[in-house]
Design a protein around this ligand. Structure first.
Ligand code: 5RP
Length: 236
């Protein structure tokens, strides 16, 4: 499967392939969203079809649900699963404490709900996602469409008093229209450069009226499987 891949795709593939080995018969598994998570879903599909692996997957987006069904994975809802043994998902950034920025693909809300309803969360990432301090990747914040400009003003005002370097916010677009999440919300991307205190920022953002969830995953990830373009895999 990995023969003709570019180094970046190879890095994503080898991380996904290694993480797939954590899935055992009978498990209920959260399936992440994004290009790295798509590799995972394809690997797991192959293991279902060729090795007879039997597990049920809870997808974190309509995209992942479609792909999972396509490759032969049994898909159930989180309500049906009630609790998950494991979630495997990608990330946009991770730091030395395994805190994450997620939501580059716009699925952060379902991803955070699913990850926190799991005994274990494994992140799969190429080595470029590892950072000293979170924040170079714009932080996604999911907001309700009603009054989103007022919510943005509140967010920007609050950022002034926080330990962050930038404070520009942009509404994520899909062509000429706002990008709409699976839950019918908008996404504000916060261009912060460096987040000094991710835990505090995550708490402050979620207290604001209009904010549904933010892309900081604090104390949720247990292991990061890091893939390299030459095929090496490391665990953090
Ligand atoms: C989607 C996410 C993704 O996991 C994150 O954006 C990483 O994506 P990719 O694997 O394509 O780099 O959080 O909401």
């Amino acid at each position: 499967m990995s023969a003709e891949l570019s180094p970046i795709d190879k890095a994503k593939f080898v991380a996904a392939r290694r993480a797939a080995d954590y899935v055992e018969d009978g498990m209920r598994v959260g399936l992440g969203t994004g290009s790295t998570a798509a590799w995972l879903v394809r690997c797991l599909g192959e293991m279902v079809r060729e090795d007879g692996l039997k597990f049920r997957g809870v997808p974190t987006s309509t995209r992942t649900a479609e792909l999972a069904r396509e490759v032969g994975i049994e898909v159930i809802s989180l309500e049906e699963a009630k609790w998950l043994d494991l979630t495997i998902d990608g990330a946009d950034e991770f730091d030395g404490e395994l805190n994450l920025i997620k939501g580059g693909g716009g699925a952060l809300l379902q991803e955070k709900i699913v990850a926190t309803a799991s005994d274990q969360m494994i992140v799969i990432a190429d080595a470029a996602k590892e950072v000293h301090a979170l924040g170079a990747f714009p932080l996604p914040v999911e907001v309700v469409p009603f009054g989103w400009t007022a919510t943005r003003a509140l967010v920007e005002e609050t950022l002034v008093s926080m330990d962050v370097m930038g404070r520009e916010t942009t509404l994520r677009m899909n062509g000429s229209q706002p990008f709409v999440t699976d839950e019918g919300n908008f996404i504000l991307d916060l261009h912060l450069d460096r987040i000094g205190n991710p835990r505090q920022l995550a708490m402050v953002l979620n207290q604001m009226p209009g904010v549904v969830e933010n892309g900081l995953f604090i104390d949720i990830c247990d292991v990061v499987v890091v893939g390299h373009g030459d095929g090496r895999v490391e665990l953090r």
